[in-house]
Design a protein around this ligand. Structure first.
Ligand code: S3P
Length: 176
């Protein structure tokens, strides 16, 4: 729902390693908007880490929790616009794409070459259940790319730092 001043919430989507969480945090600080990571909401709701949910309940149950958490988050959008980072698979689920379309928010695809995204994930050492070897990682990225391209804009993050990408998002959306 747009704010009285006309600003819509911004949702960052893209593959693992694209920098959705770190760019989202930086963008939120820049704009003075609240930042939220959907994976944090899922973990709080489930009382388990993402890795535990995948391990104990499986991916299908994770996707169900992800959709429920996203619906809840969207229903809370009010007059204050927010910056939200989605997990890498969320925008590849058609029901979530429809939900965000109906919510009238801005969706930004943070992109980069699969090799660079894979390298960043390995450097980060965060536990990611779907992080596999470079070949499988690249295949999953290719499967999802057409979904990510349904976002209202795409930003190439190759070789850029977090704050630089946040500034670019703000400029592209006319928020600077
Ligand atoms: C996933 C990406 C993760 C997390 C979960 C599933 C995916 O988020 O939601 O492990 O399907 O690509 P990040 O993109 O923040 O790593």
């Amino acid at each position: 729902m747009p704010e009285a001043g006309g600003h819509k919430s911004v949702f960052l989507v893209g593959f693992m390693g694209a920098g959705k969480t770190s760019v989202g945090r930086s963008l939120g600080r820049r704009l003075g908007w609240r930042f939220e990571d959907l994976d944090d909401r899922i973990q709080a709701r489930a009382g388990h880490s993402i890795a535990e949910i995948f391990r104990d309940l499986g991916e299908a149950e994770f996707r169900r929790l992800e959709n429920t958490s996203l619906r809840e988050l969207v229903s809370e959008l009010g007059t204050e616009p927010r910056v939200v980072a989605l997990g890498g698979g969320a925008f590849a689920q058609p029901e979530n794409v429809g939900l965000l379309e109906r919510a009238d928010v801005r969706v930004v695809f943070l992109d980069g070459p699969a090799e660079e995204l894979h390298r960043r994930c390995e450097e980060e050492q965060r536990e990611r259940p779907l992080l596999q070897d470079a070949k499988q990682f690249g295949e999953l990225y290719e499967q999802r790319r057409s979904a990510y391209l349904m976002a209202s804009c795409r930003i190439d993050t190759t070789g850029k730092d977090v704050d630089g990408v946040a500034v670019e998002v703000a400029c592209r959306l006319g928020l600077e």
